[in-house]
Design a protein around this ligand. Structure first.
Ligand SMILES: C[S@@+](CC[C@H](N)C(=O)[O-])C[C@H]1O[C@@H](n2cnc3c(N)ncnc32)[C@H](O)[C@@H]1O
Length: 228
């Protein structure tokens, strides 16, 4: 008999209500073209997601997708896969992909933690972006944070040699947490020795602007996978 599996701790809570008819129609119309159908437990052929092979960057929790669409447009030599659990944001990004005619960006509506663990092969990613993840500030919720030692070990495994991990947050205590945990992962090298002096290639995001309006500082961390 199968043992019951312990419930996984999720980095999100589904608070989203019903989509408006327009939002639902956008998802129904656009997801078949630019969306990726995958559910936990299923295999995924990531090498067949795009029309042409190119270095693949995974963006976790793109929110409304504006910054991600800008990056995909600015880096046509890369393929981008954005993963979100927020359906309205996913619909917004799908609309931007259609309007801008982007061919190097696909969207997956689902849990990025499951995807990374189950469906991304070792060495498959040229980069992983985690911009302004939910900070889960209360101590009893820290276990819900995306960035954990185990997650960083999985990221290190999935990155190709010299692939990058770019994280950003406006929550100072989470920034210190990210710095401390990432320093302890031996396969990730921090060329800046601490926080990056600027945002690098990252355009401002919606949550970043919100944090800045509240007077928060912004912290970027950019690490690279050690050559094998
Ligand atoms: C604070 S928002 C930041 C959004 C965006 N990156 C920005 O900077 O504007 C965090 C996002 O991560 C998404 N998220 C949290 N956990 C996730 C998971 N396990 N898989 C996919 N998306 C997730 C949430 O739905 C939310 O939209």
């Amino acid at each position: 008999m199968n043992e019951p599996q312990p419930r996984r701790i999720r980095s999100f809570v589904r608070r989203e209500g019903r989509l408006t008819n327009g939002q639902q129609r956008a998802l129904d119309r656009l997801y078949p073209t630019w969306g990726v159908s995958w559910q936990s437990g299923e295999p995924l052929r990531i090498d067949t997601l795009f029309d042409r092979p190119a270095p693949l960057v995974l963006d976790i929790g793109f929110g409304d997708g504006e910054a991600l669409a800008q990056m995909a447009s600015a880096h046509p030599q890369r393929n981008y896969l954005g993963v979100e659990v927020y359906r309205a944001g996913t619909g917004q990004l799908l609309r931007q992909i259609e309007t801008q005619g982007l061919t190097n960006l696909k969207v997956l509506l689902g849990d990025a933690s499951d995807l990374l663990r189950e469906a991304i092969p070792a060495g498959a990613l040229a980069g992983l972006q985690l911009f302004f993840p939910d900070p889960w500030p209360k101590k009893r919720h820290h276990k819900r944070r995306m960035v954990q030692a185990e997650w960083l070990a999985t990221v290190a495994d999935r990155l190709a040699a010299d692939g990058f991990l770019h994280m950003a947050t406006d929550w100072a205590e989470y920034a210190e947490w990210m710095l401390e945990l990432s320093s302890a992962e031996p396969r990730l090298v921090n060329g800046h020795g601490g926080f990056a002096p600027n945002a690098g290639e990252r355009p401002p995001t919606r949550f970043e602007r919100r944090g800045v309006r509240k007077g928060h500082d912004v912290f970027d961390l950019i690490l690279n996978k050690l050559e094998a």
